[in-house]
Design a protein around this ligand. Structure first.
Ligand code: ZN
Length: 43
């Protein structure tokens, strides 16, 4: 399951021992939901 950083909107598919955004360092991530996927820019 992928997670989304609510701060920068990036999708994080994997991370280290603790959840952290690898782009901006935000430690609060939300679980990706199908309804939200369209609003998230993907690479
Ligand atoms: Zn982020």
């Amino acid at each position: 399951m992928a997670y989304i950083c609510p701060k920068c909107g990036k999708k994080i598919k994997q991370f280290d021992n603790y959840a952290r955004c690898t782009y901006c360092g935000n430690r609060i991530l939300i679980k990706e939901r199908p309804n939200l996927a369209k609003d998230v820019p993907t690479d």
